[in-house]
Design a protein around this ligand. Structure first.
Ligand code: PAF
Length: 281
């Protein structure tokens, strides 16, 4: 496995791979790799000749009061984990390499980025699409692997790929959870022991919502209310949003029909957790 740190060396590697007509599977990450990332890497390994992983804590997707400085950066551990999964190349650029002095360009998807996480984190998705657009342009992968846990991110990136006719297939892979149901996230390590006990209520509440839908409830407001009550009764979590939306477009749903997503963001102290569940009614 090679660790590539500059755009120049990355371009050379990509040129070699392309000249041999090998397929590239790409997993973009901000490091602090966990089983969620590893499941994407394993799928990429099964489906491609070459697996590339980027590790870059992207400053452009953090708000001024967010955790950019505190975000975990266990570089050595990440490299070992990637090696174990037979990753071919890790792209691990510096901030200066990605955004040299004078950098002025951004990619912005409209509409669907101003709601849900985008409403609480202004500019977040512009940061995500700018860095992912740049990485796709450099790496030219055949398949891009993203996790369903970050459902809005996945939908926004799919929109960008479609709108800009980027020649890549986007695959959204299932959320990986702890035994207690908590969706894996690099931010889970910020939780205190008490918060760790409470946070699995998020998935339990989503599952109750799903069960109620499968039992025939079609009123989205009632489902959302039930999820909210379950969370506030069993934890000190502060709800940012709980929504019932179209699973593909994020359009709000009042009367549940077809493929919908129950999605939420809840803060435990300073730690904001997100999760979602897709239901076919
Ligand atoms: O999901 C993440 O870890 C990041 O948002 C991503 C896609 C790597 C872009 O920085």
């Amino acid at each position: 496995m090679r660790v590539v740190r500059t755009i120049g060396s990355l371009r050379q590697e990509i040129k070699k791979i392309k000249s041999r007509e090998k397929t590239i599977g790409f997993v973009p990450t901000m490091g602090a790799l966990h089983e969620g990332h590893l499941s994407l890497i394993r799928k990429a390994r099964r489906e491609n000749d070459v697996v590339m992983v980027s590790v870059f804590v992207n400053p452009k997707q953090f708000g001024p009061k967010e955790d950019f400085q505190a975000y975990p950066r266990p570089e050595k551990k990440d490299i070992l984990l990637a090696k174990d999964e037979k990753v071919d190349i890790i792209f691990h650029p510096s901030e200066k390499e990605m955004y040299p002095t004078g950098f002025l360009t951004s990619i912005s998807v409209e509409g669907i980025t101003g709601i849900l996480c985008g409403a609480s984190r202004p500019g977040h998705f512009r940061g995500v699409t700018t860095v992912v657009g740049k990485l796709l342009n450099l790496i030219e992968p055949d398949i891009l692997y993203l996790g369903q846990k970050d459902a809005q991110q996945a939908i926004v990136i799919k929109r960008m790929v479609a709108d800009l006719n980027l020649p890549v297939t986007v695959k959204i892979c299932p959320t990986i959870r702890d035994d207690d149901g908590l969706a894996l996230s690099s931010r889970n390590q910020y939780l205190t022991p008490d918060q760790q006990q409470e946070a699995p209520i998020l998935f339990r509440a989503l599952k109750i919502g799903k069960k109620n839908i499968l039992n025939g409830e079609r009123n989205a407001a009632k489902i959302v209310d039930c999820i909210r009550k379950t969370i506030t009764k069993h934890s000190k979590g502060k709800v940012d949003y709980i929504v019932c939306v179209n699973a593909d477009t994020l359009a709000p749903v009042e009367w549940i029909k077809g493929r919908i997503m129950l999605a939420l963001a809840v803060k435990f102290g300073q730690t904001r957790l997100i999760d979602n569940i897709v239901v076919r009614a």
